[in-house]
Design a protein around this ligand. Structure first.
Ligand code: TYD
Length: 214
C-alpha cells in the first residue's frame, strides 16, 4: 500500500517533546531535498479536525471509552484515505504526529479497552497501513504533564484538554504502556525524551538514515 513513500509516526505521552523533534526532523528532510507531508492525529483533515474538537473538549466528560476509541478510529479512517495514502502514493515521506499507537496505548491500556479490541476497531480504519518507523519519545508523566499543560493553556483549554485532565494513575499507565510497545509491533523505536534536544534528534535521523541508506 505505501509502496513508494515512507510513513513515519511520532508518539509518546503528554509533553514528550514530539513537536520539537518533528520540527528538527522536517528541517533535516528539507536540507536533504526530500519531499514530505506533515500531519497530525486526531485531525489532519477538515472532518477529522471536527472529530478532534469533540474528543479533546473537557466538557465531554460523559464520553464512554468505547465511543472515544471509535471516534479516534473514525478520525483516522478519514485521515488515511484523504491525506496519508495519496501522499504515500506520490512517493512522499509522511510524518504524522500520533497515529494508531496512541489508540493502542491511550484507549487499549489507559482506558482498559484492551489492545486486541483497539486493533480490531482500527482494522478497517487503517486498511493495512502500518507505519514504517514509529518514534516513541518517553518522558516521566510528572515532567511531561507540566510541559503539556503550559502548551494547552496557550491553545484554548485553560486546565489542559480532556485527556490531559486525567489523573496521574492514567498517565502512569500511558507511560508504561508506551514502553512495552515494541513487544506489540515491529518498527517501534523507544527514545529517552528527557535528554538534550539535539542528541535525541541525532538519534532519530540516525535510525532513519540506517534504514533508508541516506
Ligand atoms: P494533542 O493536543 O494533539 O496532544 P499532544 O501534543 O500530546 O499530541 O492531543 C491529542 C490527545 O489525544 C493526546 O492526549 C493523546 C490523545 N490520543 C488518544 O487518546 N488516542 C489516539 O488515537 C490519538 C491519536 C490521540
Amino acid at each position: 500500500m505505501n509502496s513508494k513513500g515512507i510513513f513515519i509516526t511520532f508518539e509518546g505521552p503528554e509533553g514528550c517533546g514530539k513537536t520539537t523533534q518533528i520540527k528538527l526532523f522536517t528541517k533535516y528532510l528539507k536540507k536533504m531535498g526530500l519531499k514530505f507531508l506533515l500531519t497530525r492525529e486526531p485531525g489532519g483533515t477538515k472532518i477529522s479536525e471536527k472529530i478532534r474538537n469533540i474528543l479533546l473538549d473537557p466538557k465531554n466528560k460523559e464520553m464512554s471509552p468505547i465511543t472515544e476509541a471509535y471516534l479516534y478510529a473514525a478520525s483516522r479512517a478519514q485521515h488515511t484515505r484523504e491525506k496519508i495514502i495519496p501522499a504515500l502514493r506520490e512517493g512522499k515521506i509522511v510524518i504524522s504526529d500520533r497515529y494508531l499507537d496512541s489508540s493502542i496505548i491511550y484507549q487499549g491500556v489507559g482506558r482498559n479497552i484492551g489492545i486486541e479490541r483497539v486493533l480490531d476497531i482500527n482494522k478497517t480504519a487503517i486498511n493495512g497501513l502500518f507505519p514504517d518507523i514509529s518514534y516513541v519519545l518517553l518522558i516521566p508523566p510528572k515532567i511531561g504533564l507540566k510541559r503539556a499543560r503550559n502548551v494547552s493553556s496557550k491553545s484554548g483549554y485553560k486546565d489542559g484538554d480532556r485527556l490531559e485532565q486525567e489523573n496521574m494513575e492514567f498517565h502512569k499507565k500511558i507511560y508504561s504502556g508506551f514502553m512495552k510497545l515494541p513487544e506489540i509491533r515491529k518498527g517501534v523505536f523507544i527514545l529517552d525524551g528527557n535528554r538534550d534536544i539535539k542528541k535525541i534528534s541525532h538519534e532519530i535521523i540516525g535510525i532513519f538514515e540506517k534504514k533508508y541508506g541516506f
